[in-house]
Design a protein around this ligand. Structure first.
Ligand code: FAD
Ligand code: EPU
Length: 300
């Protein structure tokens, strides 16, 4: 890219596509102003994008982005960083278990989960219904009570400002909704560790896990607002505080499940922030935000 801001679409020194775009279109909430979006398709393009302040965008399914947008570069993984090779590695696979080739951080998780089911490969079916990309789901260790991303990881490749490293889950202090990977370290690709099963068996487990979603709203939302404190459902606590159906502007605490804030159409980030404040003010137990607010507020 040559000097100045991005007006339309341009190409960076190493070939990354750089465009000024509204971020709302990349989020499941459908909220968020403009930023300079870098679509990177190689390690060199990613390294160049990381030379200036940046944020990493996955499936945008856990983000509340300000209506003013963000001043930093927003990096999206594209090309080979959004492709998958599920071929079993002969040296690392056995009769019971396989280790795959590399799966890009930009691969959409729902399609991957369906593909693994058809191949009869188990370990990740508990994450069914999570509308993330692989990189974002690994970074958050997304999951449900039936399983999480770290159930199926063998190697994680991470681009850091100091260079690229490959780690295993044992190298990380991961837990509930937390990979232990620092913010703005980029999960570029992973190798999966999967148990050989049958398509029927994996499908049955997926369907079972999916049952838990029956009570979740089907509208524009970034998923659960708060983590479950000590294993108690934050949704239940918000519900018990009588807050279901509370509306500010065009954002609503879902009548179906109180830990979901939905966009009724035309909601702003400010509407969502105001509802989060109402919840914090009314629920006695301290709640930790699961969403990420851009620009970052009160988060490490
Ligand atoms: P984004 O929302 O784009 O980003 C979230 C964070 O991940 C940001 O900090 C971002 O910088 C970082 N990130 C993204 N990509 C990368 C990368 N490649 N490398 C490093 N960091 C990265 N979550 C659950 O855990 N369980 C559920 O059951 C669940 N259900 C949901 C249902 C719905 C309808 C919705 C909308 C969301 C749900 N979520 C759930 C929340 C969300 O899907 C997860 O938090 C998911 O991990 C977010 O991934 P993403 O790719 O969309 O990341
Ligand atoms: N409940 C209420 N009122 C509500 C919501 C829930 O009383 O408004 C009660 C339910 O009746 C149930 C209990 O709370 O008895 C648990 O509810 P649910 O089964 O919906 O699970 P949850 O703990 O609220 C978690 C995850 C979801 C995940 C589901 C299904 C968190 C914060 N939430 O919800 O993950 O999809 O289990 O496995 O861990 C997310 O993280 O974004 C997310 C959607």
């Amino acid at each position: 890219m040559t000097g100045g801001g991005v007006t339309d679409r341009t190409v960076s020194r190493t070939g990354a596509r750089v465009e000024r775009l509204p971020l709302a279109r990349f989020t499941t909430l459908g909220v968020g102003g403009e930023a300079e979006v870098w679509s990177v398709a190689s390690a060199a393009q990613l390294a160049e994008a990381m030379e200036q302040p940046y944020r990493v965008l996955g499936g945008g399914s856990n983000l509340v982005i300000a209506d003013e947008g963000v001043p930093e570069r927003v990096i999206r993984l594209a090309g080979p960083l959004a492709e998958r090779d599920l071929t079993p590695d002969p040296g690392l696979s056995s009769a019971d278990e396989i280790v795959t080739g590399w799966v890009g951080g930009g691969v959409p998780l729902p399609g991957l989960i369906r593909q693994l089911q058809k191949l009869g490969l188990s370990n990740l079916e508990g994450t069914v219904g999570i509308p993330a990309q692989v990189g974002g789901a690994v970074w958050m260790n997304a999951g449900t009570r039936y399983g999480e991303m770290f159930d199926g990881l063998h190697t994680i490749e991470i681009a850091t400002p100091q260079g690229t490293v490959q780690v295993t889950p044992a190298d990380l202090a991961w837990g509930y909704r937390d990979s232990g990977i620092p913010r703005n370290h980029v999960v570029t690709r992973v190798r999966l560790k999967l148990r050989r099963s049958t398509p029927e068996d994996v499908l049955a487990k997926m369907d079972f896990a999916d049952q838990a979603r029956k009570g979740q709203p089907k509208m524009k939302t970034p998923g659960c607002a708060f983590k479950n404190p000590g294993g108690v459902s934050a949704g239940r606590l918000i519900d018990e505080a009588g807050l279901k159906g509370t509306r500010i502007g065009n954002a609503l605490i879902a009548p179906e499940h109180a830990n979901f804030i939905v966009n009724l159409g035309g909601a702003t980030a400010a509407d969502v922030h105001a509802l989060l404040d109402v919840i914090r003010g009314r629920v006695a137990v301290p709640l930790e935000l699961e969403y990420e607010l851009w620009p970052t507020q009160g988060q490490p």
